[in-house]
Design a protein around this ligand. Structure first.
Ligand code: B12
Length: 493
């Protein structure tokens, strides 16, 4: 089978957890989920192409041209709940011209498989992982098996939507993502210091129960240290990658595995700068191992400066742990980033002030103040659906809802107040002369300086007090000239 995967560009939504400018400068990331799917399909003997239309700035028409020359039997899209309508619009456009089947996958399918398939343009959905489902689906499309036998598939038959339950998968068995199909030199995220840059996922799931996270209490499913370091080595030698952001929910959950990965990186002499996400309940010895293996940034979920709010979020950490771990991280020469929430359960103007004061006291290298949101599968969402009997996200996927700021019944602050407070927190945090001076001195290249300086100026001058729709929204892109060049030389990859 000829299988084409497409990553479409997406605009800012006012229901998002981040302010518009934060979203704009977030970065250009590889469509990793699709790169996994591509590798899985290829391993099963199929011909695959992956078009990152977002990063290559390709219009629908240009993607259509590429697809016409590739001649796919089936095309695939990754669907997040939040970007569902615009991905659907792309599918509608392409399906009008190309008479091909469409398969979608992604986290949204775990929550809304039926609702997603209710749209006539979508033929198949992969409910959970592609590892078994995609080879089985493609062989079914070749007439070698029946759709009823494809595990983890949602599909249509006799005018009804049918679901074949998914089976658990072992993440270790996945091939490495097909980065050879991606323009690796074009990716960067806001704090990136080196090129080429990529993201990795080395484990699935998280056993903790934070009320705002969709991964809460899902089985931890790690790849082995050998496999993880093997993927890093492939990134290093095959794709010239020198910086990696590990996007696991919590990279340090299994202390021994983390240490083994660190030692593996050192033993293979990989000169990589890497970043990861972690809880603060880790120790100095582990941090030392991470530093020695090239870890340059750690993103910590700190959430708030109020003990009451922290408890309501069921985070299970203390301020002493936060202070100690951030202190050691900085002493070892790694950058510490804090993720904070604004508008969490029990939040007041006073607690937001306390959070900002706490962030300044910790003197983090980066901070993010996101608006607490009832995202699908979180306990905040479950509770809201139970109490109100309404599910905004379900209606959104069905096409019955519009993009609007969502209610937060767990705080007395209004959405307008929260946007204003989040913006004020960013401006106040980043405008301290000591922070500006230190950040400038740490900058490693002109592009890094430009990206950070523009982001800072836009936050001060262009970020409205209440995030609004922006039809012209385009994510900040660093390399338009090289992009054109890349597009010309890669006419068909
Ligand atoms: C890397 C990443 C990104 C990268 C790359 C995008 C991507 N997903 O490839 C970037 C930074 C660009 C990104 C952007 C966004 N992301 Co993101 N991202 C992730 C992250 C951290 C890892 C993805 C990954 O590789 N996982 C490991 C692989 C093995 O699992 P997987 O992604 O689930 O993919 C498997 C299956 O879902 C399925 N599958 C997935 N896609 C497809 C497509 C087809 C055709 C098929 C057949 C199967 C299939 O097969 C895959 C292999 O088994 C996940 C969280 C996580 N840890 O999983 C969030 C996550 C997927 N992202 C999420 C969100 C919300 C976003 C954004 C909307 C954020 C924003 N506001 O901009 C955008 C939307 C981008 C878009 N249009 O898709 C949510 C989705 C939630 C939901 N209900 O839909 C997640 C779950 C994180 C979260 N905290 O909520 N993301």
């Amino acid at each position: 089978m000829r299988f084409a995967l497409i990553f479409n560009p997406f605009k800012y939504k006012v229901h998002e957890e981040n302010l518009r400018i934060v979203q704009k400068y977030f970065g250009m990331f590889p469509p990793l989920s699709l790169a996994w799917v591509a590798a899985i399909a290829r391993q099963a003997g199929h011909q695959v192409t992956l078009i990152d239309a977002r990063t290559l700035k390709l219009s629908k028409e240009e993607v259509l041209d590429k697809l016409k020359s590739f001649k796919p039997d089936i095309i695939g899209f990754m669907m997040t709940t939040y970007m569902f309508p615009e991905t659907l619009e792309w599918i509608r456009y392409l399906k009008k011209v190309l008479k091909v089947k469409v398969v979608i996958g992604g986290y949204n399918l775990r929550v809304y498989p039926r609702e997603s398939l209710s749209h006539p343009e979508i033929d198949y959905g992969v409910i959970e992982h592609a590892l078994d489902t995609i080879p089985q689906l493609l062989s079914a499309l070749e007439g070698k098996r029946k759709l009823e036998e494809v595990v983890g598939l949602v599909y249509k038959a006799n005018g009804e939507i049918r679901i074949n339950p998914a089976q658990p998968v072992d993440f270790e068995k996945f091939p490495h993502p097909a980065r050879d199909l991606l323009p690796n030199e074009l990716y960067a995220e806001f704090p990136t210091e080196r090129k080429n840059f990529t993201v990795m996922v080395t484990s699935l799931g998280c056993p903790y129960s934070c009320s705002f996270c969709e991964a809460g209490q899902t089985a931890f499913n790690p790849r082995s240290p050998e496999t993880v370091v093997g993927e890093m080595e492939e990134c290093y030698f095959k794709y010239g990658i020198r910086e990696i952001d590990i996007f696991d929910y919590d990279f340090t959950i299994d202390r021994k595995r983390t240490i083994d990965i660190c030692r593996g990186i050192k033993n293979r002499n990989l000169d990589l700068l890497w970043a990861c996400r972690s809880r603060v309940d880790i120790d100095a010895e582990l941090l030392q191992e991470m530093k020695e293996a090239g870890c340059g940034r750690i993103y910590y979920g700190l959430e708030t400066g109020s003990q009451d709010v922290l408890d309501k979020l069921r985070k299970g950490i203390t301020f002493d742990q936060i202070r100690k771990t951030i202190g050691i991280t900085k002493e070892l020469g790694m950058k510490a980033l804090g993720f904070f929430l604004v508008g969490a359960p029990g939040e007041t103007k006073k607690t937001v002030k306390r959070t900002l004061k706490f962030a300044k006291e910790l003197d983090l290298d980066y901070v993010q103040f996101s608006k607490c949101l009832a995202k699908p599968l979180t306990s905040l969402w479950k509770q809201m659906v139970q109490e109100t009997g309404e599910d905004y996200w379900r209606d959104w996927v069905l096409g019955k809802e519009v993009d609007r700021p969502l209610p937060r019944p767990w705080t007395d602050l209004t959405n307008e107040q929260l946007d204003r407070l989040a913006k004020r927190a960013y401006v106040s945090y980043h405008s301290r002369p000591s922070f500006l001076l230190r950040s400038t001195l740490k900058v490693r290249s002109f592009t890094e300086f430009k990206r950070k300086f523009l982001g800072y100026l836009e936050m001060i001058f262009s970020q409205e007090n209440m995030s609004k729709k922006d039809e012209n929204f385009v994510a900040y892109h660093e390399a338009p000239k090289r992009l054109n060049f890349y597009w010309k030389i890669s006419k068909f990859k």
